[in-house]
Design a binder for this molecule. Structure first.
Ligand code: 3PG
Length: 395
């Protein structure tokens, strides 16, 4: 513990952690919430403090009305402080790093698990009730409702948005809607694993769009990593036993749409104070508004009602639970993925997304007994490996 004296020429509020290590003259900049307000008459004077080591302020006399020091009037403030302990600081930095890693690990594990469950229920519903436009709409509607309830009951903080926010969100929502419907249409026509193998080609779309539409350039290693991605996807597609053109094109369109969604999101989220969770909630709501008229036009209530009667007689009332599960899990996995995007770089996010596809591909093959030829599995493995090489090349 050491004692030092501050000559109060201009007393500005100070905070120990705001001092710069090694600086000879330390002038704090921000108001600490830990310190009481200063007497108004001292505000205009200058503070100087000479130190050679960083200090943590432990007590300050004459700050605030309760100060008892007799030296208030001669301009001196007695301040007790102790030298900052470097090992203490390093340990707390390492501790917060570990805590952050654990938090991201939990986000990733939750995101993948929720996504696997969503994909399973989504496919079960689509097998029994093949109306992808309606099921896509229901997932957005359920998510929107969940978030409205969370805001109303103050489980989640209501975001402060303005017209500008919704205007910037619009292109993101258009791309999200297209990508979501296209992926669901794809899964209604082909195996879940096949949709996700094609969707693992998303980095290739990202590079091609960035290169040819935005004029961005990349190192040669990035372009080279596209060879296994595209080659692997192509090999998996031509050897797919249940190949279907709509299923294939749906996954391809979804890839393209999500690349645009990510580009627009990045621009739209810059400088915005809306959290990842609320950003996704607003995205769901706007996408729901965009999608509903199209869903009615493409499929419509008559087809939905007739299809529902059939599904009910084939599956029983359980179909309702499956639909509820696919909708709730769709919202939850997206919400968690946007929450993790708040914490990590887009690159780490895309690596996480690829890992997610591996878990979805493997679990759906096991659960739905999807027939897989060795050469087909090889194509999928090459595509996924290419995505890893891509993420390494982009670092
Ligand atoms: C959807 O329905 O939006 C897709 O299943 C999304 O796929 P992804 O989040 O795995 O890219």
């Amino acid at each position: 513990m050491m004692i030092c004296s501050l000559r109060s020429q201009s007393v500005r509020p100070l905070h120990g952690s705001e001092f710069v290590s090694g600086s000879k003259s330390l002038i704090p900049t921000k108001r600490s919430s830990l310190l009481p307000p200063l007497p108004a008459r001292k505000i205009s004077r200058q503070l100087t403090l000479s130190l050679s080591r960083p200090l943590h302020i432990s007590s300050v006399e004459s700050f605030g009305s309760s100060g008892t020091s007799a030296r208030k009037d001669d301009g001196l403030i007695k301040c007790e402080a102790y030298e900052a302990d470097r090992s203490e600081a390093a340990a707390s930095a390492a501790g917060s790093d570990v805590a952050k890693r654990v938090k991201i690990g939990i986000y990733f594990a939750t995101w993948w698990a929720l996504n696997v469950v969503f994909n399973i229920y989504n496919k079960k519903v689509l097998n029994a009730y093949p109306y992808p436009w309606l099921t896509s709409t229901l997932s957005l509607a359920t998510g929107s409702l969940m978030m409205l309830i969370s805001w109303a009951t103050r489980i989640a903080e209501t975001p402060k948005t303005d017209f500008e926010f919704w205007k910037t969100l619009f292109p993101v929502a258009v791309a999200h809607t297209i990508g979501h419907v296209a992926a669901t249409v794809s899964m209604s026509k082909v195996a879940v694993s096949f949709t996700h193998i094609i969707k693992s080609g998303e980095p290739a779309f990202s590079v091609l769009v960035s290169r040819f539409l935005l004029g961005e350039t990349f190192p040669a290693s990035v372009y080279l990593s596209l060879v296994p991605i595209i080659g692997g996807c192509a090999l998996a597609a031509v050897t797919e036993l249940n190949f279907n053109m709509i299923g294939f094109m749906g996954a391809m369109i979804s890839n393209l749409a999500f690349v645009f969604r990510n580009i627009f999101s990045k621009r739209g989220m810059k400088g915005k104070s809306v959290s990842g969770m609320n950003y996704y909630a607003c995205l769901s709501m706007l996408s729901l508004v965009i999608l509903t008229p199209f869903a009615i036009a493409v499929e419509g209530p008559q087809m939905w009602a007739a299809g529902f009667q059939k599904a009910l007689s084939d599956i029983g009332p359980q179909i309702v639970w499956w639909m509820a599960a696919q909708s709730v899990f769709y919202h939850l996995y997206n919400q968690v993925s946007y929450m993790s995007l708040d914490e990590i770089s887009p690159l780490t996010f895309s690596i996480g997304n690829t890992m997610k596809r591996i878990s979805v591909i493997v679990s759906s093959i096991i659960i739905f007994h999807t027939p897989v030829q060795p050469v087909n599995a090889l194509g999928a493995a090459i595509a996924v490996l290419g995505t890893f090489l891509y993420s390494q090349a982009k670092q």
